[in-house]
Design a protein. Structure first.
Length: 280
């Protein structure tokens, strides 16, 4: 991505794609650069109106939203707060159609959600009850909300109450859409939950989360997550129940079988044999 010269790049939708790509790669400094360019470009088009595929306020607000996310990742919470203030109040945009008005309302809603998350990350634990109620009222925000809560709990070393624990147990990430932003939250949620459980010495749940995540990371072909789960299970193997060890070995056996199949070999439970001799 770094080879792209942004100076004369004015394709708003192209810049949105570049922002999403930078997010998926975790390239936060480059994301900020692209967001700044999208912001300036959209502002210039507002002053000299041109036709755009989506309401111009979408691009303007999206640049601030993504820039705020990058600052959060860099733990620059003051700058994220500044971005939130900017995209929370875009009522000054003129000549809006219905889609534009809906976009301003959406950004205002996201500003409220992100403000709650930022409060927790800044250590304002007293914000947790209101944030939990917000997530219950707006379940579409449950995925990023739980990530924020888990990150804050680990960062500031506070325990989650029963209500939050119930939300975590009820949350089903399998229903999440196949979008790069949402996919990242999915994998982040699983990893943070494992760390939170193990840190609090809840080894049964922690290892159960690890096994569930291991299976999902294999399905998603996420090698980074896969390696983390293997390492964590091995480090805490001594706390695993017999059934958990059996499940772990079964998952690994399936991986071995799949890999050996490419070479017409198989694993019979004790040794590697030619596949035509049969395998367990």
């Amino acid at each position: 991505m770094s080879e792209i010269d942004l100076r004369n790049y004015r394709d708003l939708d192209g810049l949105v794609k570049l922002l999403r790509m930078a997010y998926s790669l975790g390239n936060w400094p480059e994301l900020i650069d692209i967001a700044d360019h999208l912001h300036v470009t959209a502002r210039g088009m507002y002053e000299q109106p041109v036709h755009t595929e989506r309401p111009l306020v979408y691009y303007y607000g999206f640049s601030l939203l993504m820039k705020g996310i990058a600052f959060r990742k860099l733990k620059n919470y003051a700058e994220e707060r500044r971005c939130i203030r900017q995209y929370s109040d875009l009522g000054w945009f003129q000549n809006l159609d219905d889609d534009g008005i809906k976009e301003i309302q959406r950004l205002n809603f996201l500003a409220k959600a992100n403000s709650f998350g930022l409060d927790l990350l800044e250590g304002k634990v007293e914000a947790l009850p209101k944030y939990v109620q917000f997530l219950i009222d707006h379940p579409q925000e449950m995925a990023p909300g739980l990530v924020n809560i888990l990150e804050a709990a680990l960062l500031h070393d506070f325990d989650l109450n029963d209500e939050v624990d119930a939300l975590i147990e009820e949350f089903n990430p399998d229903t999440m859409e196949a979008d790069p932003l949402i996919f990242s939250r999915y994998t982040r949620f699983m990893y943070l939950l494992i760390i939170y459980r193990l840190r609090n010495q809840d080894y049964r749940k922690g290892l159960a989360c690890t096994l569930h995540a291991l299976d999902k990371y294999i399905h998603l072909k996420d090698m980074s997550g896969f390696k983390r789960c293997i390492a964590l299970f091995e480090m805490f193997r001594g706390y695993a129940s017999p059934s958990q060890i059996k499940e772990y070995q079964s998952i690994l056996s399936c991986i071995v079988q799949s890999e050996l199949m490419e070479d017409d070999m198989a694993f019979d439970g004790k040794q590697i044999v030619p596949s035509w001799e049969g395998a367990v």
